[in-house]
Design a protein around this ligand. Structure first.
Ligand code: UDP
Length: 313
């Protein structure tokens, strides 16, 4: 199948991608500086002769011996709690890191795959979000460091595609959850599940009327593979269109965990918290033959079981 480099491969989604690539028969090299990733996520792969981990910051010059057929650029902090605490690292990995990864792809004549985000749509005025929507992003807002950096990453990817003829793919990832998210990640799924399991207050930010649509990790990775194997360049939305308000979601987590936690309201973390988010996946369905298969209930019960083991550890 060839050899793939996964930047950010020790992260939540990166490690699930490594599992899938190895199962498909690829040789996999991971580069990760472990600022949000963890070797725990790839511990089960150490010793596999088809797997190699390199502790490295991909904003630096990239060098890798031998053939590389695919580069999956996933490295980036992605939780809103990282936006005010790691703003420069987020900007650097998506600007300088994307540039370095594209340079390596060009040198190796590899296919380049960019993990972009629904955040390129900002606080969207079009709902559900279609790929043609150009977004509503505040460049100087707290979230701007992530949103604008990913928008730049898309631009430079398309520049390499158009100017250098590089084979590139851009996926726009909507909210995704599953095992290997950090309990302290700060995003809503680990927060609510952790709080519910511990019996702590479940913290709904703002009025709880804002919506999100959650995709299970293995469904998302399946979308990546279908995009890579297709002749499509993207950008293409991959996500699950099942939409919930955050208050409904808190109630659902409370019910699924059988928790007696109280649901409380707290101020929004960032003022530009998107009010609504739901992918239009018409393109993924028609061009890739992809759609999510794991229901929210099924995916959440897997995730709850995972967090239970983490809390007991
Ligand atoms: N949120 C919440 N309580 C939490 C964490 C998040 O109500 O403990 C809300 C957050 O304000 C946002 C939504 O849940 O509206 C999703 O937040 P997340 O951090 O998961 O990612 P986002 O989609 O905002 O990037």
């Amino acid at each position: 199948m060839g050899r793939a480099l996964v930047t950010g491969g020790a992260g939540f989604l990166g490690s699930h991608l490594c599992d899938r690539l190895l199962a498909e028969g690829f040789d996999v090299v991971v580069m990760d500086n472990l600022i949000t990733g963890s070797t725990d996520n790839i511990a089960h792969l150490i010793g596999n002769p088809k797997f190699r981990f390199i502790h490295y910051d991909v904003t630096e010059y990239l060098f890798l011996d031998g053939a590389v057929d695919f580069i999956f650029h996933l490295a980036s902090p992605a939780s809103p709690i990282d936006f005010p605490t790691r703003p420069i690292q987020i900007l650097k990995v998506n600007a300088l890191g994307t540039h370095k990864a594209l340079g390596l792809a060009r040198a190796k004549n590899a296919t380049f795959f960019l993990a972009s985000t629904s955040e390129v749509y900002g606080d969207p005025l079009v709902h559900p979000q279609v790929e043609e929507y150009l977004g509503n992003v505040n460049p100087i807002g707290i979230r701007g460091v992530y949103d604008e950096a990913k928008r730049f990453a898309e631009s430079i990817t398309m520049a390499y595609h158009r100017y250098h003829g590089l084979n590139t793919k851009i996926v726009r990832i909507f909210n995704t959850y599953g095992p290997r998210m950090r309990l302290s990640d700060g995003r809503v799924v680990p927060n609510f599940i952790g709080q519910a399991l511990r019996g702590d207050e479940i913290t709904v930010y703002g009025d709880g009327k804002q919506t999100r649509s959650f995709c299970y990790c293995t469904d998302l990775i399946d979308g990546f593979i279908k995009l890579v194997m297709s002749d499509q360049t993207g950008p293409i939305n991959i996500g699950n269109p099942t939409e919930r308000t955050m208050l409904e979601f808190a109630q659902q987590i409370k019910a699924l965990t059988g928790s007696s936690s109280e649901i409380v309201f707290k101020p929004l973390l960032t003022p530009d918290d998107p009010k609504q988010r739901k992918p239009d996946i018409t393109k993924a369905k028609s061009l890739l033959g992809w759609e999510p298969r794991v229901s929210l209930e099924q995916g959440l019960s897997e995730t709850i079981a995972y967090f239970k083991t983490k809390l007991e550890a």
